[in-house]
Design a protein around this ligand. Sequence first.
Ligand code: PEP
Ligand code: MN
Length: 368
Amino acid sequence: MKSEVKKVFRSLKTYELALRPKNKPAQWTLPVPIGRGLSIGGRQIIVMAGPCSIESRAQLLKTARAVQRARAHVLRGGAFKPCTFPYRFRGLKQEGLKIIAEVGRSLGLPIITEVMDVRDVPEVCQYTDILQVGARNMQNYNLLVEVGKTDKPVFLKRGMWANIDELLGAAEYILKEGNPHVMLCERGIVTFENHTRWTLSIPMVAELKHRTHLPVVVDPSHGTGRRHLVEPMALAAIAAGADGLMIEVHPDPDRSVSDWMQALRPQDFSRLMERVSAVAQSVGRTIDGSGERKTLSTIEPRTLVASRALKSGIVLERRHLAIRKNGRGKGTAHQTGVTPRLLNNLIGRRLLYDLRAHDPITLGVVEL
Ligand code: PEP
Ligand code: MN
């Protein structure tokens, strides 16, 4: 039988939404809102801290109080744990989600927790402020697509075997689905070195800041796997330009059900925060919110959608925009909480990226 090739499709595109727009200065970062009026990627350094695993309400509450006292901004804790060996503690799952949501709410701290499985995305979204995609799932493309459809900020950890292009390719999967709120996390990679658990790459921080507009976070806990190396690497990360840190803290590290060798005691964490604050100041940043300039990009994400495909560079007009209710379906400005003032702020601004019809426009993808 004779067959005929009608069309050959070949794309050389890799990632573009993840790249810093050409008209922006070096190191330019688009801040990502992370809940409770906080955003990451501005002058303020954001510190996410808490235990590796949520073990009980008492353990999490004690840790949360300690990290909040030390001025951490976000509470971390794993409810779904990726484990190398199936006999280890794999997390409290739904019960853990309930605990961290309740503790976060009671202390007024936004929370971050890992989602490991596509099937769990809707449920984890009900509880968390930030979705974490772990290193082992960085190339789980179905999961990336699914978190890309949500309206939650996504914390994407670099796979321990992944290079910079693979990391940015993974981020692109999320961005392409219409979720512009992605943070990248350097957490160490596999090398032949064996005095640390993984090898943390500090140059990666500066390189990512050079290439992308996405906020960059460093996790020196997994990055070293050694308690005594967490603080020095946290300081190095901030000096290199990181926008945030993720640190594992446990009230009694030797009893931690997972990652005890890298967990800091609360007093170690307080000291780390003091020293991080000093380094932050020396590079023109701060761990406190005071003096932070609020930009439109920190206000309510994903409430507007493009009503037709729009090319980057165009100046937005009223007719280009429709309004989405809670990120889905159409509603009125009144229902979405988009005030006429916010809408007016968007109109007349230049678009930074191409948008397809119905892509969400965050208030941050326009020039402010
Ligand atoms: C974690 O942060 O809880 C974790 C499991 O990290 P990673 O995915 O980097 O191993
Ligand atoms: Mn851990």
